[in-house]
Design a protein around this ligand. Structure first.
Ligand SMILES: Nc1ncnc2c1ncn2[C@@H]1O[C@H](COP(=O)(O)OP(=O)(O)OP(=O)(O)O)[C@@H](O)[C@H]1O
Ligand SMILES: [Mg+2]
Length: 536
């Protein structure tokens, strides 16, 4: 017999309006165990945990704590019941400091006055738990997404909860940070904390999970042990097996774009042979970037690998016109691109999928159709007015192509599941016919099946003469989907490897090549790169 569950979702259902997104699901959470929720994007994982966190209330069914029914009417109640939640979409206040965020809602006071020293102490202790060395007076808005994620984790840990819920906590983290987090999880298991864990990385399930509850379309499919092999988990989750996780079709080196007049093709390459680069960067210097030279030819997928803070995000942002650079030049199809001008980059055929879709990629209150259509305003406007019907039709096509799970294309994008939002950002550039795609962690939070769909789009873009520059911390993805790997370290390109000859080890070796040997340093050392903000 198993011990008594510390928490039970007992036949819960949840509807939003007339639409039922969770149907009669039962999940038990045991003390000292990690209960995994597994399912495709939109399966209902986050909605389930939001009922535990007090964000949503079940439409029917009960929640039991130690076998007793409880009513979790709001997030405060959830916390007071000893439940801490790390949400998929971060809940930090960017204008507040790390310390203020961690102690939010329970600010320590002395004689009625905020006790800043105590506040900093709580925050420092919390960060120390996950081995994060960060100035607690830094404003959260200055931090990159990985570090924000770590702050969110630290905040939840500092609540000393008996139930901890982790909704895709690892999506933005690198291997060493994930390991640090898992050490904490193992420690909490030993302390009998009951945990719920959600991740699209199946290897993580084997690493820390105990039992896996599989969901599909808001319904319960099966409960299996975490030792179940990956193929079987995929089959349960997707309802079919996936034979090729990385369907890259390499070597589609194309000359210049056929037909497509608006793709800015001035120097239509005379001879055949090696096509002229579609994207070319020379001597680019910017905040945290030094002397970047690179070129990407039509038909190529080039991966940017490196540690957190190596400058990958910053580089992509400069190329996309989202950030300023001090010197150097960027050429698209031979034509010099105006710096720091997103609209000019978009017109030149550059598409950017940023690392943080919530603040940089999407207009959350706008509809799915509008979000997909933003980059195609030109193509779909008639007589200066946005052609909503045209926009809608295009968006519908691309949403279907990417299997974006939603009720209606007119639905606000905010109400889509995380992975489906990510697909929508991708869909925007695909429907805009972008030729140079700059992808920053393009499949973060995307389920295994949908990843393959995105990879197929990448193939299609390169087969059509486009090119892709892709920052990814997912080394299997780098090895499986790129043709060449550029490894960044400390704001420079430390080396280049043909993917066919690269291994995880050879990439990591280059990634740490400029980093000082001190194990303590990586966080501090990355402080000078633009994408991770100042820690000084
Ligand atoms: N506030 C809301 N209003 C309407 N529909 C919603 C709302 N919140 C979630 N949904 C819908 O509920 C379904 C389940 O979403 P949920 O976020 O739980 O999925 P998920 O399993 O966490 O997916 P992901 O892996 O992408 O994070 C989706 O179809 C989503 O569009
Ligand atoms: Mg989710």
């Amino acid at each position: 017999m198993s011990p008594q569950p510390v928490l039970t979702l007992d036949s819960v259902s949840k509807s939003f309006g007339r639409i039922e997104v969770i149907h009669d699901v039962t999940v038990d959470v045991y003390p000292g165990e990690v209960t995994v929720l597994l399912g495709e994007n939109g399966a209902g994982k986050s909605t389930l945990i939001k009922m535990i966190a007090g964000v949503h209330q079940p439409t029917s069914g009960r929640i039991l704590l130690d076998g007793e029914p409880v009513s979790i009417t709001d997030t405060k109640t959830s916390e007071s019941l000893g439940i801490a939640t790390i949400h998929q979409e971060l809940n930090l206040v960017p204008s507040m400091t790390v310390a203020e965020n961690i102690t939010l809602g329970r600010t320590p006071r002395r004689f009625g006055v905020i006790n800043r020293a105590e506040m900093r102490r709580i925050a420092r202790d919390a960060l120390a738990q996950i081995g994060l060395d960060l100035d607690v007076d830094t404003h959260v808005g200055e931090l990159g997404i990985a570090r924000q994620q770590l702050v969110e984790i630290a905040k939840a840990l500092s609540l000393d909860a008996r139930i901890l819920i982790l909704d895709e906590p690892t999506a933005a983290l690198t291997t060493s940070e994930i390991e640090a987090l898992f050490d904490v999880v193992r420690d909490l298991k030993a302390k009998n904390v009951g945990m719920v864990f959600i991740s699209h990385h199946l290897d993580e399930i084997a690493a820390i999970g105990d039992r896996v509850n599989v969901l599909r379309d808001g319904g319960f499919v099966a409960q299996v042990p975490a030792t179940t092999d990956e193929d079987e988990l995929i089959r349960l989750m997707v309802g079919r097996s996936i034979d090729k996780q990385f369907p890259r079709e390499p070597g589609v080196t194309v000359q210049n774009t056929p037909g497509d007049g608006d793709a800015a093709a001035p120097g239509s390459t005379a001879g055949s042979g090696a096509a002229q680069p579609l994207l070319e960067v020379k001597g680019l210097n910017a905040d945290g970037l030094r002397g970047i030279d690179l070129s990407v030819r039509p038909g190529e997928v080039v991966a940017l690998a490196g540690l957190m803070g190596a400058g990958r995000t910053e580089l992509l942002r400069c190329l996309a016109g989202a950030d300023h650079y001090a010197s150097g030049e960027v050429r698209v199809n031979g034509r010099k691109l105006k710096p720091y001008d997103v609209a000019a980059a978009t017109r030149a055929g550059v598409g950017h999928v940023p690392e943080d879709r919530k603040t940089q990629g999407l207009v959350l209150d706008a509809s799915v159709a509008e979000n997909i259509g933003y980059a195609t305003m030109g193509a779909t406007s008639r007589f200066g007015l946005v052609d909503r019907r045209g926009q809608k039709a295009r968006a519908e096509k691309i949403a279907e192509r990417l299997r974006i799970r939603m009720d209606s294309i007119e639905q606000p994008i905010r109400s889509l599941s995380g992975g489906n939002q990510q697909k929508a950002v991708f869909g925007r550039w695909f429907s805009a016919g972008s030729k140079v795609l700059l992808l920053d962690e393009p499949t973060r939070g995307v389920d295994v099946g949908a990843k393959v769909e995105i990879y197929e789009l990448i193939n299609e873009i390169t087969a059509g003469g486009g090119c892709v520059l892709m920052a990814s911390s997912d080394l299997p993805e780098v090895l499986g989907m790129s043709d060449r790997v550029l490894v960044m370290s400390q704001g420079t390109i430390a080396g280049e490897l043909p993917t066919a000859e690269a291994t995880q080890d050879s990439i990591m070796q280059l990634a740490v090549s400029n980093v000082h040997r001190d194990e303590e340093e990586p966080h501090a050392a990355s402080a000078d790169t633009g994408d991770e903000g100042a820690t000084a």
